[in-house]
Write a protein that binds this ligand. Structure first.
Ligand SMILES: Nc1ncnc2c1ncn2[C@@H]1O[C@H](COP(=O)(O)OP(=O)(O)OP(=O)(O)O)[C@@H](O)[C@H]1O
Ligand SMILES: [Mg+2]
Length: 338
């Protein structure tokens, strides 16, 4: 089968592992930089042109970083129109990037989420704080990653001033009840095709409530309860994601979904649990994608050449083609690992 991994950088852990897992199973892999794809969106026979050549694949694995969501989703959509199987549909990726919309969807499905408030006017700050049950509470910048825009306010005064400060910056924020009993830990459940294939708990450093590994958190493998597993599976399903990293907080009223990630990183989960998550993803694709058996004229030759070339050049070279070596691409690609 021909599999395209949509990633800006072949040397990223996840991209490398997915490639390995696919090649081990005899598939032909192309690392496709989504920003180098272009397309005629009005064509009767949709196709994707990659670096000037039409690219035909049976399946794609989108690893679309938050910073390129818009263009990346357009590329994924075009691949969908060519009939390629995708383990994350463009709609689902876009949906998961909107944290607020995600929360609304999950909550409407009866999936537990922390009580979360959202308001525009500073005149509503008091009401917003009351809505989530008063302090302590958590204030989150909607654009936050790696815990940078997440603040714990212990008192009403502190909450008011932080909310006020963010408002002045014209930032979108949400206010959330603080799940104190989670004890600075959260759970990452890795869902593939309606199954939790691996899970870990991340524990925050002492005197820190954010468990992000970038903030000194530590990860250990964990076995989830049936309720936790079901919650993660339902959350991924509601978001329309076949592959998802679901983050849960363990609260007194059961598991609460904090976030559902469409491009979950493999490094933390594989090294912590020892599970071959990349292999699970490839095997799921094998049982769901259909190998194209009527290639249009010329396609076979081109594909063969492409495969040979990439084998010859080796992973390193292919990675360089996918944007490695440039500091800019480095920074931009990092957000593929959610
Ligand atoms: N409501 C809450 N109650 C208790 N702890 C929380 C709450 N919200 C977040 N945390 C802790 O803070 C950490 C960071 O929060 P969150 O994941 O929402 O932001 P982020 O990591 O910056 O964003 P992203 O996950 O999109 O990169 C979480 O992993 C969790 O440990
Ligand atoms: Mg997080």
């Amino acid at each position: 089968m021909r599999i395209g991994i949509l990633s800006r950088k072949g040397t990223l852990y996840s991209t490398r592992r997915l490639r390995e897992a696919a090649e081990e199973r005899g598939h032909e892999v192309t690392i496709v930089d989504p920003l180098r794809c272009y397309m005629n969106i009005a064509a009767k026979r949709p196709r994707v042109v990659y670096r000037g050549e039409p690219l035909h694949v049976d399946a794609i694995i989108p690893r679309i970083g938050a910073s390129i969501t818009f263009y990346g989703c357009a590329v994924v959509r075009q691949f969908e129109m060519t009939g390629a199987y995708t383990c994350a549909e463009s709609e689902a990726i876009a949906r998961s990037r909107d944290k607020l919309h995600s929360m609304q969807l999950l909550s409407s499905e009866g999936v537990g989420v922390p009580i979360t408030g959202f308001a525009r006017s500073s005149r509503d700050t008091k009401g917003l704080i009351d809505m989530v049950g008063g302090t302590p509470l958590v204030i989150k910048l909607l654009e936050s990653t790696q815990g940078t825009g997440v603040v714990l306010a212990q008192t009403r005064k502190a909450a008011e001033s932080v909310i006020g400060a963010f408002r002045q910056l014209d930032a979108n924020i949400l206010v959330q009840e603080f799940i104190e009993e989670a004890g600075g830990a959260d759970v990452r459940a890795f869902v593939v095709g309606g199954r939790v294939v691996a899970s870990m708990v991340r524990q925050a450093a002492p005197d820190e409530f954010r468990s992000n590994l970038h903030r000194g958190g530590t990860a250990t493998a964990v076995k989830l309860s049936r309720t936790e597993r079901n919650t993660a599976i339902r959350a991924a399903r509601k978001m329309g994601l076949t592959v998802a990293g679901v983050d849960l907080l363990r609260s007194n009223r059961g598991p609460l979904v904090m976030e559902v990630n469409a491009s979950p990183g493999l490094e933390g989960i594989e090294t912590t649990t020892g599970v071959d998550v990349a292999g699970e993803i490839i095997e799921y694709i094998e049982s769901h994608a259909v190998e194209g058996d009527h290639p249009p004229a010329g396609r076979k030759t081109r594909k063969k050449t492409a495969a040979k070339t990439s084998r010859r050049k080796g992973t390193r070279r292919a990675a360089a083609e996918a944007g490695a070596g440039s500091v800019e691409a480095d920074d931009e690609a990092r957000d593929e690992e959610e």
